[in-house]
Design a binder for this molecule. Structure first.
Ligand code: AMP
Length: 466
């Protein structure tokens, strides 16, 4: 409610004074919170993101994925056509807006349609195929926020365009599996299924629809609606009521055409050859309309006490028709997305060690006005010498500054007091053994260089002898 309107209502005595105060207080509080389901990533969490992104970049480079960045907003009809009108994403989860010029745009709820659009728009089908693309960034879905389900979250995407071979399906799964494996996730399980394509899926949909119609009274409310709109979604319904009907339901892998069947069989053979821990899940359909043939999800089955069902960390599949659906032509493609926050939550819950490499090994502490001035200059000299230095120029107490140096796990602290500032000297304290020496201020950079070199040589030697 607008403030002016509220004030008028109060003056006209239409709302009680106490309610007026409560509304104002709530409005103030609301303004100081991030929107529901959207979170700040605080400095202390950055190390997890850096670690995950670092591994993703290494994997991308090894498998030949090149980075692409697409706009965070796309035309809404890209998702209506691509992701599909009957999907949860398009039906209920898009953040859409109309621009001043009248364009209907949507904050990307997933990467794939935008990356496919870019592939077609920039004529990448004329490059040597396959083209492998890699993207990282935020996606937005208007979900009901709960554990592991946010409205803004980040994804790491790998997509391969222009190749039909099931070897690619297996390679995409392998690349994503490696992402979690390199993070030292244990008990990884890959679930796979094939949902066929235009050649066999319509026929299977008819069989499934007629089975569901004959059991309509035993279905949950959502599935009753799905029978008409998107019967395949019944297969991944988690409602208890639907489970007995599901157990007897026809399975799509029994109704694949010859081509889809042999694609699936070969994909599984490649997974066997790679020694990947997969299992068939005939109920895995994934929520999006554009998938054809292979679909997969990857879970970590370290189930923590507060987590009853393991949640998918990564999901993807093949989408050979997406190019045509969005207005281009059929382009064989396969890819997937890793949920960054979900992976990081698991890393934290299972107390994965992410080493905090404090790149700074020198701390500059000062006491008194003259020393503060001198240390400002010394700090700049260290920058020119390319030696990272931490400082606490806003602090006056030496004790506070030394505690901070200690917390940052810093090896050498430089201390400049009034006496040192006048004598143009500086105290160097080795934080490991507490030994202090005094040096001329113009010799201190060389001294630090010498000590860091010695320390690094020692670290390399002891690594080699391990
Ligand atoms: P999808 O794009 O739906 O195939 O999801 C791919 C991955 O993104 C999932 O396996 C999750 O790890 C992650 N993910 C999907 N939806 C959410 C959400 N609402 N909040 C956080 N992570 C999500």
């Amino acid at each position: 409610m607008k403030l002016v309107k509220l004030v008028y209502q109060r003056i006209a005595n239409k709302i009680r004074y106490i309610d007026f105060l409560i509304i104002i207080k709530m409005a103030k509080k609301q303004r100081l919170q991030s929107p529901q389901g959207m979170h700040d990533i605080l400095p202390e969490d950055q190390k997890y993101f850096e670690k995950l992104y670092g591994i993703a970049e290494n994997i991308a480079s090894f498998y030949g994925f090149e980075k692409i960045e697409t706009p965070i907003l796309e035309f809404t009809d890209l998702y209506e056509k691509g992701t599909g009108l009957n999907t949860d994403i398009v039906e209920k989860q898009m953040f859409s807006l109309k621009t001043r010029g009248g364009d209907l745009l949507t904050l990307r709820p997933e990467f794939t349609p935008g990356v496919m659009r870019a592939f077609i728009q920039h004529g990448m089908m004329n490059l040597p195929q396959p083209v492998k693309l890699f993207s990282v960034g935020s996606v937005f879905r208007y979900e009901s926020p709960q554990a592991g389900r946010f409205r803004q979250f980040r994804q790491i995407n790998f997509e391969v365009f222009g190749e039909k071979s099931p070897a690619i399906d297996a390679q995409v799964i392998q690349a994503f599996y490696n992402l979690l494996f390199e993070l030292k996730f244990k008990n990884l399980v890959i679930e796979v299924n094939s949902i066929g394509a235009g050649c066999c899926r319509p026929y299977f949909k008819k069989i499934l629809t007629s089975y569901l119609r004959s059991n309509i009274n035993s279905l949950c409310v959502d599935c009753k609606r799905r029978v008409r709109e998107n019967p395949l979604r019944f297969l991944d319904c988690k409602e208890e009521k639907c489970q007995p009907v599901k157990a007897q339901a026809p399975q799509i892998i029994d109704h694949l055409c010859e081509e889809c069947n042999s694609h699936f069989k070969e994909t599984l053979e490649f997974l066997d050859e790679l020694g990947l821990p997969y299992r068939l899940n005939p109920y895995l359909v994934r929520g999006l309309d554009y998938y054809t043939k292979t679909v997969f999800e990857i879970f970590s089955e370290i189930v923590s006490p507060d987590q009853v069902l393991p949640i998918a960390l990564i999901g993807g599949g093949r989408y050979d028709n997406l190019g045509k659906i969005i207005g281009g032509k059929d382009i064989p493609a396969c890819g997937g997305a890793a949920g960054v926050e979900r992976i990081i939550n698991e890393m934290k819950k299972n107390q994965f060690r992410v080493s905090i490499d404090s790149k700074k090994e020198v701390f500059l502490a000062q006491v008194g006005d003259l020393a503060k001035k001198k240390s400002l200059k010394l700090f700049e000299e260290f920058r020119k010498a390319k030696i990272p230095v931490a400082e606490s120029l806003s602090k006056d107490s030496l004790k506070v500054q030394l505690t901070r140096a200690d917390r940052l796990n810093i090896r050498y602290t430089l201390i400049l007091g009034q006496k040192e500032a006048l004598e143009k000297t500086v105290i160097l304290r080795d934080m490991k053994n507490g030994i202090q020496d005094t040096f001329k201020i113009d010799k201190i950079i060389n001294e630090i260089k010498k000590r860091l070199k010695r320390k690094n040589n020692y670290a390399i030697r002891s690594k080699k002898t391990k």
